[in-house]
Ligand binder design. Structure first.
Ligand code: SF4
Ligand code: SF4
Ligand code: FES
Length: 275
């Protein structure tokens, strides 16, 4: 009896400076496979459908349970996580094959593995953390009402996967390359300065809103709002909502955009009256 086979087309790239190209693989189809397990099968025997030996397909992964966001890629035209993309479900929509591409808004490191540093830089720019005075036991923190907690919890599920940025028409790809002879420190400084000029995107904005809703985080709210309205800030959002439509954690990003906009307006009024 013929074994059921799965055909997988992968958009590959050997190096950030090399052009991309397609390769097609065929793997034995097994019950309950996900895209990560298909990539593992290819890695075990990296041979194209034409019988050419090649290298294993590079991809990023960590938690394997849709929590870390690192395996995000474009699967059959939709940005999502490889570890939670089940082959049986994918083949219902497209029985011919599975097609894998790297996200298009981030620089490719290799194959399906991209550099999401710009997203992490935006989290830094918007101060998406709760400052503490030290690491000694300071006792229980301030109480949060049930209502505050239920607003905060959905936002806290963000895994910095980048789906919302991939789907956003305002978020365009930016690539900053290290120049010959440029030391790592100088390169990082120059790259971060460039990223800071670009649109922050929905993920970092929503995390900033989350930090501003926390009783301790609120103490740095005006610093975060200043960063939100700096060049590349919330004014760049077109409010079309693609970000919310693709978020795998169903985070209410349009509500966050509304909260960010209202906070920015109140901040401007306060600044006007405070001189
Ligand atoms: S609402 Fe804003 S962040 Fe979301 S997809 Fe549209 S422009 Fe991008
Ligand atoms: S907001 Fe949603 S889509 Fe965007 S990074 Fe967070 S989890 Fe991913
Ligand atoms: S490996 Fe962590 S989300 Fe897929």
């Amino acid at each position: 009896m013929n074994e059921p086979k799965l055909t997988v087309r992968v958009l590959r790239q050997d190096h950030p400076d090399r052009p991309s190209y397609w390769q097609t693989f065929q793997v034995r189809r097994e019950p309950s496979m996900n895209v990560t397990s298909v990539l593992q099968r290819i890695a075990a025997n990296p041979t194209t459908i034409e019988g050419m030996k090649t290298t294993p397909v590079a991809y990023d992964a960590n938690c394997l349970e849709e929590v870390c966001g690192s395996c995000t890629m474009v699967i059959n035209g939709r940005v999502r996580q490889a570890c939670s993309a089940l082959i049986d479900d994918l083949l219902k929509d497209n029985p011919a094959h599975v097609e894998l591409r790297p996200m298009s808004k981030f620089p490719v490191i290799r194959d399906l593995f991209v550099d999401r540093q710009r997203l992490f830089r935006a989290l830094e720019k918007l101060k998406c953390w709760i400052p503490v005075d030290g690491y000694y036991d300071m006792g229980p923190g301030p109480l949060q009402s049930q209502q505050e907690q239920s607003m905060a919890y959905p936002l806290s599920q963000c895994m910095s996967c980048g789906c919302c940025l991939e789907a956003c028409p305002q978020y365009t790809r930016v690539e900053v390359k290290q120049a010959d002879g440029e030391c790592d420190e100088d390169f990082k400084r120059r790259r971060d300065a460039e990223y800071d000029r670009q649109f922050i995107g929905a993920a970092a904005m929503s995390q900033s809103v989350l930090m501003n809703s926390h009783p301790t985080g609120r103490m740095s709210a005006s610093d975060r709002i200043e960063a939100m309205i700096a060049p590349g800030g919330i004014q760049n959002c077109g409010k079309a909502g693609n970000c919310q439509a693709v978020c795998p954690k169903e985070i209410p990003l349009m509500t966050s955009w509304g909260r960010a906009g209202r906070a920015a307006t109140l901040h401007a009024i306060r600044k006007f009256f405070d001189g």
